[in-house]
Write a protein that binds this ligand. Sequence first.
Ligand SMILES: Nc1ncnc2c1ncn2[C@@H]1O[C@H](COP(=O)(O)OP(=O)(O)OP(=O)(O)O)[C@@H](O)[C@H]1O
Length: 440
Amino acid sequence: MAWEQVQKALKDHLGDSIYNLWIDPLECVSYRADEVRLACPDRFYRAHLDRNHLATVQQIVTELSGNDCKVILCDKETAILPAAQPKGQLRLPHIPERKSVVRALHPRYTFDAFMLGESNLLAQSACKSMINGDDTVGSCLYINSSTGLGKSHLTHAVAHALLADSPQTRLRYVTAQQFASEMVRSIQSRSMDTFKSVYHDHCDFLLVEDIHSLQGKKKTQEEMNELLDALIKSGKRVILTANNAPRDLKGIDNEFRSRMGAGLVTTIQAPDLATRYRIVEHKAVQSGLNLEEDVISYISQQIQGDVRRIESALLSLSAKATLAGGAVEMDMVRDVVAEIVGLSTNLTTTLIGEIISREFNVSYKDLQSRSRKKVISFPRQVAMYLGRKHTEESLGEIGKVFNRNHATVLHAVKVVSELCRCDTSVRRQMEILDRKMAEM
Ligand SMILES: Nc1ncnc2c1ncn2[C@@H]1O[C@H](COP(=O)(O)OP(=O)(O)OP(=O)(O)O)[C@@H](O)[C@H]1O
């Protein structure tokens, strides 16, 4: 009960977004008068909480308990370790013999221009931890997402920040494809020793994009695996990006797969409405477009997923506005958005509930009832999961449709996501339902 009170106060204090991401996953393993022990999902979480939110948690626990009750963070697996102390910066003692090798950095792909939200906060803060040499993330950070969600933006931002703040760090930034071509050229010109030496002995920070493009390339995977092993063992830093998590990559050797997943593996999800709003606002200013709030809202509500589609809409809007003498009219905005997403949908959780009640042959009333029978609770969880995925409604709003609170919705989303991951029949079922939702 005491922890629930603390949770409630923290939610009010920190807001839904930070609460859901950083406080909700905590497990209260003991709550005594003098000490509260909170287990974090992993050491990265623990270090982030320690740095950013522990003081607030401590303050609220002290206020609510009215005495000196100390908050202790520990790992879920051990549930006993004290919080990690941040390590020193990654600073090299010498001036490098070789400079950084960085191909074509996009000048606008900086941390400042990267809009944050629940979908990408972990990836962004893990990148910053890597730059600071904070080893809570491990030596190898793996970022994956579907297309256009900011993997390149973040890796370029890391390169910009490193070049600006610690120019002595020897940085190599390549795509996996470029690495493969360089390797093939080196084999042909019998200069593999030089190739190896460049990466093994003259690199402090390696960024490799699109690692999935190595699928089926056995020899390049072997070379990259050997390189990662050498760099990680000697305390160097590596960031890899791909379109899938290591376990879902096809045609990849198991040892290589396991090495890539040895540090933090994080997925960037599609941005939520609030993040999209900030992206539209920011990118409109960059394109010299002066947009009213209702236009920004409309674009961010309608264009979801791949952020390139937002950029494309703004480019198109900019061109049309120029032709029309500068003004941005709402009709013009609707046309541009319709070209990109087609006609808008009105999918709501209530509608999803109705569809699910038909599909699973349970009444809508049962979905809203207190019944915990599996034949009713599973469709209810599926409806909540789909509500979260296909609407912009908050956890609380989705919960209300089924007479539940936000925590139950969060739990349902976790349960169904986990089932999709490990149960093929549930995954297929969800794919069919996803298609149905998309057709609405
Ligand atoms: N959170 C964000 N804030 C601002 N811009 C973003 C954000 N996420 C993505 N973008 C923009 O979207 C565009 C596509 O992003 P990026 O190229 O980084 O995606 P990606 O995940 O690497 O895609 P792909 O897998 O296709 O290579 C870029 O112009 C980037 O600036």
